[in-house]
Design a protein around this ligand. Structure first.
Ligand SMILES: Cc1cc2nc3c(=O)[nH]c(=O)nc-3n(C[C@H](O)[C@H](O)[C@H](O)COP(=O)(O)O)c2cc1C
Length: 183
């Protein structure tokens, strides 16, 4: 499903097709191809939840969709994050960090846009509820969120985390943190 949780991504926000805001009323922040193309093959497409931060702002709940949006039949894979906060304006070009903590479901096709909206609202409710659980809530304060946007090496405290970091162009940074709490 996912190599290991939490799964951390950091990179600039680009414009998507703009359907999230206009058609769905659920705005999403998209990552550039440079990030999407470098995702590990084991990372299944589908809907996940976790925590998100724009630049060095507060950390909010988020739901993220990874894949091809079967309802819209996209030809390119995307990572689209809906942050559970009302922002005053768009934040294209800002840095977005996401900390994915759990999988919700696979991507699905729908008979109508209303069915898609209903399902996304259900995902949001699931995320809100499950992020209250201590095993997920604890990641809200993950050290990843206090690092500089390009300082993505996450070696963790006391050598408890091993990490793999790939530096990417245009200030993208893909970080996969593997935590072994048993140590
Ligand atoms: C939580 C969440 C769940 C989603 N689930 C699906 C899905 O099951 N099927 C699908 O085709 N698209 C799904 N999407 C993707 C939306 O269709 C997509 O975000 C929307 O079309 C906006 O895309 P755009 O920003 O490129 O315009 C989901 C998005 C989110 C945030």
């Amino acid at each position: 499903m996912i190599p290991s949780y939490p799964f951390l991504l950091s990179g600039p926000v680009i414009k998507g097709f703009g359907r999230g805001s206009k058609q769905l009323g659920i705005p999403t922040a998209n990552y550039p191809d440079e990030i999407v193309e470098k995702l590990p093959a084991e990372l299944n497409s589908g809907i996940y939840f976790g925590w998100a931060q724009v630049d060095s702002g507060p950390v909010y709940c988020m739901v993220t969709s990874i894949g091809w949006n079967p309802y819209y039949k996209n030809t390119k894979k995307s990572v689209e994050t809906h942050i559970l906060h009302e922002f005053d304006s768009d934040f294209y070009g800002s840095n977005l960090k996401i900390c994915i903590v759990e999988y919700i479901r696979p991507e699905m096709d729908f008979n109508s846009v209303d069915e898609l909206i209903t399902m996304i609202k259900d995902d949001i409710a699931t995320a809100k509820e499950r992020l209250k659980q201590p095993q997920f809530e604890k990641y809200r304060t993950h050290p990843f969120f206090s690092q500089e946007k390009n300082g993505c090496e996450s070696n963790g405290k006391d050598g408890q985390h091993s990490s793999h970091t790939t530096k990417l162009p245009i200030a993208c940074c893909l970080t996969i943190v593997i935590e072994d709490e048993a140590k």
